[in-house]
Design a protein around this ligand. Structure first.
Ligand SMILES: Nc1ncnc2c1ncn2[C@@H]1O[C@H](COP(=O)(O)OP(=O)(O)OP(=O)(O)O)[C@@H](O)[C@H]1O
Ligand SMILES: [Mg+2]
Length: 216
């Protein structure tokens, strides 16, 4: 199974977290680590609570240990839902970086970083997290970044994406980037501009293809 590096992009309320939570349920990996800045009802509704562990990260919290993740897998836990809402942006970035060695040690999992625009921007990027997609393929890690704008993600992150999930957008820079990435298929701009709430398209960046308009 080829690991996927996905960005889910759209305005507030368009359905990004809804789609991410559906994805979380469908990934074939034994473990899904979901990092979110606030408790989100979409995940809580869709995550199978019997198979979930909830972790609240507070100021000064220890990094999540690889042994914790391994124990989760062994005991049938499928979702580790991590709330970092207590952390400021700098603390959140440091904590996210501290998570990477544990993910690296465990492998064969999916990491979802919701509200990634808060942490993975040009001016302040969690370095190890940004490096993760570069070697995620070799250890079987899928990574999903959920963000308001594609261009909010750092260029390093954008270049390693394999899929884009696009909701309605009028952002000229986002639309220009999508057109550029899709090469000749420039019709993507008008498609994305005309999407209704909850509708989205999936772009396979490696093969330059796009899905029909979807709602899940
Ligand atoms: N396909 C859908 N069918 C039914 N309800 C949906 C669908 N997509 C989203 N919703 C509902 O719409 C609301 C907003 O969705 P969601 O939280 O996923 O938006 P978001 O893009 O993640 O917003 P934000 O950027 O503010 O986090 C939620 O109440 C969610 O339950
Ligand atoms: Mg959301």
């Amino acid at each position: 199974m080829t690991p996927k590096i996905i960005a889910i992009v759209g305005k507030s309320g368009c359905g990004k977290t809804w789609v991410a939570s559906r994805m979380a349920a469908r990934f074939a990996r034994p473990l899904v680590v979901i990092v979110h800045t606030h408790p989100d009802p979409s995940y809580l509704r869709q995550v199978d609570r019997a198979r979930a562990r909830f972790v609240g990260v507070y100021r000064g919290a220890q990094p999540l240990a690889a042994s914790f993740l391994v124990d989760c897998v062994r005991s049938g836990v499928r979702y580790v839902y991590v709330s970092i809402y207590n952390l400021g942006p700098d603390e959140a970035r440091a904590w996210l970086d501290s998570l990477v060695p544990a993910l690296e040690a465990v492998g064969n999992l999916c990491l979802i970083v919701d509200e990634a625009h808060r942490f993975c921007r040009h001016e302040y990027v969690p370095e190890r997290l940004v490096e993760l997609p570069r070697w995620a393929r070799s250890i079987g890690i899928d990574v999903v970044f959920v963000t308001h704008r594609l261009m909010d993600l750092s260029p390093d992150l954008r270049t390693v994406l394999t899929y884009l999930v696009l909701f309605h957008s009028d952002e000229p820079r986002d639309l220009a980037e999508c057109s550029q990435r899709l090469g000749a298929a420039r019709a993507i701009e008008s498609v994305v501009r005309s999407l209704s709430p909850w509708q989205h398209v999936v772009i396979d960046l490696e093969h330059g293809r796009r899905s029909p308009v979807r709602v899940v």
